[in-house]
Design a protein around this ligand. Structure first.
Ligand code: CIZ
Ligand code: SF4
Length: 366
């Protein structure tokens, strides 16, 4: 990268000292990661930011929903800066507050809202987290999705039992999983022993989600029709192809991948899990990794004694993550040095209150 920009970033960071704390998501470019005080997945970063109350400015090198979570978990005095406001997340954008409110009306009409517990993936807007908190649900990450689902089904069963005790008709408990259908389906089927038929797909672009009231009543998992445009691109062909190219390869994928990809892989886990697995891997071992390309390339560089390849032949960056580049970071830092706070991400107090309730529920999971 441009040595002049590297120099300017260094100078601005030094001028700000402890007043600024720079967070770098694992999927960020190397030129940005170089300036991060900590790296991590979205949840770890939000917690790291909360552990630095003395930092006035949190510069979040990641995407919009992550900056929102950092704002929710940090003090009111701290300001969260997103170096490019166009750094959104296509998955988070697939569930809007209006669509989710409409879905809840559909579940209410089908007579199942009372026994449905929402579980929302960290990769969702603050509005969706607030919806989840309002309806007594929880947030989950790709590391604790199983525990979140176990809790939610127990919670739903308790709600169902109390309706029955009050003389109502018994309806089986359900989870509404937002917004990533793949994480929801993979966790339900791989880790909870549910079948694919226990899951239905709610399509927010169709009347009643494209489902009949009967389908909704019979379902155990109601999956929102959202997905990650990056992880969703890996296919069964990518897995078969890499096994042919590299005999003995271990295929390790993120649970945001499609069910058939996860079913064909050898190992499945979050970004933090992937990083740890490669740290622990034997020298000479061969790996094909199904997650974002910046991270895979960085891991390949960090482990020259292992053969680490990207799962697909085509390149597959997260285009919105990549919007945060060195020029944007320099601009944000130099603005702060000049006393202007650019691109502040704030969540309104009402939304924050309910979103925090859902996040706290996750933190209290057994
Ligand atoms: O796919 C993503 O954006 C991930 C894994 C985010 C995160 O860190 O939770
Ligand atoms: Fe969103 Fe996928 Fe990009 Fe993550 S990798 S920020 S889920 S689009």
């Amino acid at each position: 990268s441009d040595p002049n920009l590297v120099e300017r970033a260094r100078a601005a960071k030094a001028a700000l000292g402890d007043r600024v704390f720079i967070l770098g998501h694992h999927y960020q470019r190397d030129e940005v990661i170089e300036f991060a005080d900590v790296t991590g997945d979205s949840f770890k970063l939000a917690r790291d930011a909360a552990a630095r109350p003395e930092a006035e400015y949190i510069v979040f090198c990641g995407v919009h929903f992550m900056a929102e979570s950092a704002d929710i978990l940090t003090t009111d005095a701290q300001q969260v800066v997103l170096p490019d406001l166009a750094a959104g997340c296509s998955m988070a954008d697939m569930a809007t507050a209006e669509q989710v409110a409409e879905c809840w009306d559909v579940l209410t009409d089908a007579g199942i809202a009372d026994v449905t517990v929402p579980v929302s993936y960290m990769n969702s807007s603050a509005d969706i987290k607030a919806f989840t908190g309002k309806h007594g649900g929880t947030i989950c990450t790709s590391s604790n999705a199983k525990r979140a689902l176990e809790w939610a089904f127990e919670e739903g069963a308790a709600r169902s039992a109390s309706i029955e005790a009050a003389g109502g008709r018994r309806v089986g408990e359900k989870v509404l999983f937002l917004p990533d259908q793949h994480l929801g389906r993979n966790t339900a089927v791989r880790e909870m022993g549910l079948s694919l038929d226990d899951c239905v797909l709610y399509n927010p672009h169709k009347p009643n989600g494209g489902l009949t009231a009967e389908q909704l009543r019979d379902a155990k998992m109601i999956l929102w029709r959202g997905h990650c445009s990056v992880h969703g691109r890996f296919s069964l062909d990518s897995v078969n192809d890499v096994r042919e190219r590299i005999p003995g390869v271990t295929v390790l994928v993120h649970p945001e991948c499609k069910h058939e990809v996860v079913a064909a892989a050898d190992m499945v886990g979050s970004t933090e899990y992937i990083i740890k697995a490669l740290d622990a891997a034997e020298p000479g071992s061969k790996w094909a990794i199904g997650t974002e390309l910046n991270l895979v390339r960085r891991l390949a560089k960090a482990h020259p004694d292992k053969e680490i390849v990207f799962l697909d032949r085509a390149v597959c960056f997260c285009s919105t993550m990549n919007r945060i580049d060195l020029p944007h970071l320099v601009w944000a830092l130099e603005s702060l040095v000049e006393g202007r706070v650019p691109n502040v991400i704030t969540v309104d107090p009402e939304t924050e209150k309910y979103a925090k309730a859902a996040l706290d529920r996750m933190l209290a999971l057994p």
